[in-house]
Ligand binder design. Structure first.
Ligand code: HSE
Length: 344
């Protein structure tokens, strides 16, 4: 299996390490992974026989610029090289989310699908802006598009919604969909630290977005909620239809007061289907201990679906982090290899 990695940030690095760590179990799945491209904004590395991952990781420990890698690194290697050579099975798109245009990820995904490569993406922008378009391109080209990483990474939101709620109508989607904000609220409650200090720790742990306002102002939650809504409710909603509030105004004193009353603050994304249409919101809620989202601790997240025929389903876990995010990409890759059709 020949793989191209586009975008080499924290998740990209974690993905390469994971491929190395899981080589044996991948072989047991019948997958011999060969990462032939690692492409960054400055250029890339290309080896048609598969980059020596161990050597490459060692090199990047002391050298930030991958184009200087002696075995195939060059500033002239780009996404166009890949389109020209067309020598991969999977493209893994991990460039940063742009919620206005989706670029450069949008172009990478569209062109990869059109060229017959399966795509797995960690990039929420293109999926949030154009899921149906991307799905149709994948269908026309008989390839798969894995988006599990975009809606909570290790937390199985999309997969559980598509597979385990099949045949039912999902009436509402509710969740703690952002690990950074849940972690911050948890730190404030447990250690009495103020918001800024807790955010700093989340950044040090690598769970916050490179622009952490996306987390703390609720955008990341809204983006995930939007993707889940559009995919699971077959909608074409946009971000501006969601009422979004973040956690930036919360104080330890508010959290302690809630705790004394047996309650917890959670940043909750919610989509509810009513007779008057769909309502979507992201806001800080003070919830009681009988709410299933009350027990979502630390970097963990959760999603709750209510449905007409399959009842309610709540899944808790899937802590945020670069390794779990990388593992969610590997999960989609293995499932596609096994023949599972996310796009049908
Ligand atoms: N920053 C996100 C989170 C991880 O804290 O959950 C990527 O979605």
């Amino acid at each position: 299996m020949k793989i191209a990695i586009i975008g080499y940030g924290g998740v990209g690095k974690a993905f390469l390490k994971l491929v190395l760590e899981k080589t044996e179990s991948l072989l047991n799945e019948g997958i011999l992974p060969k990462v032939c491209y690692v492409i960054s904004s400055k250029g890339g590395v290309y080896d048609p026989d598969g980059i020596d991952i161990e050597k490459f990781i060692e090199f990047t420990k002391s050298n930030k610029d991958i184009t200087h890698y002696p075995c195939g690194g060059s500033s002239i290697i780009s996404f166009d090289t890949l389109l020209h050579k067309r020598d991969v099975d999977f493209v893994i798109e991990m460039t940063p989310t742009n919620k206005e245009t989706g670029e450069p990820g949008m172009t990478h995904i569209v062109k990869s699908l059109e060229n017959g490569f399966n795509v797995i993406t960690a990039n929420k922008g293109p999926v949030m802006l154009a899921y149906k378009k991307l799905r149709d391109i994948a269908l026309r080209n008989n390839v798969q598009l894995g988006i599990g990483c975009t809606t909570g990474g290790a937390l199985p939101t999309i997969n559980s919604g598509v597979v385990d709620m099949a045949g039912s109508e999902i009436k509402s989607i509710e969740g703690v969909l952002n690990g950074t904000t849940n972690f911050i609220l948890n730190e404030m409650e447990t250690y009495g630290v103020e918001y800024n200090q807790a955010l700093k720790k989340a950044q040090e742990l690598g769970i916050a977005e490179s622009d952490p306002t996306l987390d703390v102002e609720g955008w990341d939650t809204a983006t995930k909620l939007l993707i889940l809504t559009n995919v699971l409710m077959d909608e074409e909603k946009t971000l501006d239809e969601i009422k979004i509030e973040g956690i930036t105004n919360i104080k330890v004193i508010d959290i302690k007061k809630a705790a004394r009353e047996g309650k917890k603050y959670k940043l909750i994304g919610k989509t509810i289907k009513t007779d008057n249409g769909i309502q979507m919101s992201v806001k800080l809620e003070c919830i009681e201990s009988n709410n299933p989202l009350y027990g979502v601790n630390g970097k963990n997240k959760a999603v709750k679906y209510t449905s007409d025929t399959l009842g309610d389903l709540t899944i808790i876990g899937g802590a945020s982090g670069v390794k779990p995010a990388a593992a969610s990409i590997l999960r989609d890759l293995i499932n596609i290899h096994r023949g599972y059709k996310y796009i049908r």
